[in-house]
Design a protein around this ligand. Structure first.
Ligand SMILES: *Cc1c(COP(=O)(O)O)cnc(C)c1O
Length: 427
């Protein structure tokens, strides 16, 4: 399938006149249509809620759009909790699925009424010490170990992942939590990342549904919510078939009717914590070609770098690139598309066939709406760029300004160095 940007060249040229590249651009229309589809796909389950994984796109404007569709927030750190709280998400709309958690983060999560999803057996005691009690509503994260297989083969290796309780631990854990006064129990598992198959959630649902039936028998704890977490992926590559959330929702419903309803558990709520599926396709990184370098390979240097989008640099992830205005030209040039970091992995694409790129061409790097801006860092003292929302009516709104050198140096503000510093961008 041909991957097309959600914005036309004409529109993008207009936007660039107002906001110089590079920037992240988000598509409000796409975000809304997808959030609505998710809501409908699980509407068969009255308790359903998607807790958007804040780490994917921690922007208040984006979170507020998702809130209109009933989404809550899945947080894993103090600042993510602070953001959700500041946007007036209610306690029951905040899931705290953290790991290696500092005590003070449990304290804050408890204070704002978030649902705490424990990552480890030892955290039962740790949490009780930290907050002085065990909350009435509590969730535990399960890790089945081994390799996780579904009909189309091995998907991932949970046995190697740092997350979650073993089966024996989780059964023992619920018994202890119950003794300590917990009344409402949840279970969570995140076994495979970026799955591009409609079968992952239904398979995970089966694993968890069978387990909760066993937990009820062995511990007397009735699980009241089952959190399928994240892992529903997107088609980064043009030859992949995107997931169909309606098919996924229907697949989960079938397993629910097959296992939970006969076990007398037909009132269990299904939760999800998708990040990538909610946002990745509806954001892109817009950048301009500023150099061409021909040595042993042909390099196009752009004005964005791995600081804006790290996935290619850290995982060799594929992100599709469209050279705006050249969509119909033959892809007969082979390039590495690079950023300016002093790191050879700072490449958005390696040996990518593209139309001939000229200096000044605008490149759209697709599917950067999740785990894009948020994963960025400040290596080489590179500053983070702005985030722009393309609204439904075609207008734009800056939803985060670009960092300035003052932002970058502000943690030295208790020293003298700032008074001797020149700020060339402030003249
Ligand atoms: C990262 C994460 C998610 C979201 O994952 P996606 O693959 O973006 O859907 C959900 N839950 C937890 C606990 C996570 O760490």
């Amino acid at each position: 399938m041909k991957k097309q940007p959600f914005v036309t060249k004409q529109k993008l040229d207009e936007i660039i006149k107002e906001y110089p590249t590079p920037f992240h651009l988000y598509d409000e229309k796409g975000i809304r249509a997808n959030a609505q589809a998710v809501k409908e796909a699980f509407s068969w389950n009255p308790g359903f809620r998607e807790y958007f994984a804040v780490k994917a796109t921690p922007n208040p404007f984006i979170l507020n759009i998702l809130k209109e569709y009933g989404c809550g927030c899945d947080c894993a750190s103090l600042t993510e909790l602070m953001l959700a709280d500041a946007l007036h998400f209610k306690g029951e709309e905040i899931m705290f699925s953290s790991n290696d958690t500092p005590a003070e983060e449990f304290v804050f999560a408890d204070k704002i009424g978030a649902t705490i999803n424990l990552d480890d057996f030892s955290h039962i005691e740790f949490l009780e010490k930290a907050i002085g009690h065990i909350p009435e509503t509590i969730s535990c994260r399960f890790n089945p170990g081994g390799v996780y297989e579904i009909s189309n083969g091995i998907m991932d290796n949970p046995g190697d992942a740092k997350y979650g309780f073993t089966k024996e631990q989780i059964i023992e854990g619920y018994k202890i939590l119950k003794e300590k006064g917990a009344k409402k129990f949840g279970i969570h598992a995140f076994l495979v990342s970026n799955t591009v198959t409609n079968d992952y959630y239904p398979a995970l649902a089966r694993t968890l549904f069978e387990l909760v039936v066993e937990i009820k028998e062995k511990t007397g704890c009735e699980i009241s919510f089952i959190n399928l977490s994240g892992g529903v992926g997107v088609a980064y590559k043009p030859d992949q078939t995107p997931n169909d959330i309606r098919v996924i929702g229907e697949g989960v419903r079938k397993v629910y009717e097959e296992i939970l309803v006969p076990a007398g558990m037909g009132d269990v709520a299904i939760y999800t914590e998708m990040g990538r599926f909610m946002l990745a396709p509806y954001g892109c990184l817009v950048t301009t070609a500023i150099h061409e370098k021909m040595t042993y390979k042909d390099y196009i240097g752009v004005d964005a770098c791995a600081v804006d989008l790290m996935r290619p640099a850290i995982y060799g992830a594929y992100h599709h690139i469209t050279v705006m205005g050249k969509e119909d030209e033959p892809c007969d040039h082979k390039y590495d598309v690079t950023g300016s970091l002093c790191e050879n992995c700072d490449k958005f694409a390696v040996d990518r066939m593209l139309p001939k790129v000229d200096i000044g061409d605008v490149l759209v790097i697709h599917d950067a709406g999740a785990h894009g801006y948020s994963m960025g860092y400040n290596y080489n003292g590179k500053l983070k760029h702005a985030e722009i929302l393309l609204k439904e009516d075609g207008s734009t709104q800056m939803i985060r300004r670009a960092e300035t050198p003052r932002d970058y140096f502000k943690t030295f503000d208790c020293f003298d160095i700032l008074k001797d510093m020149q700020f060339p961008n402030e003249q």
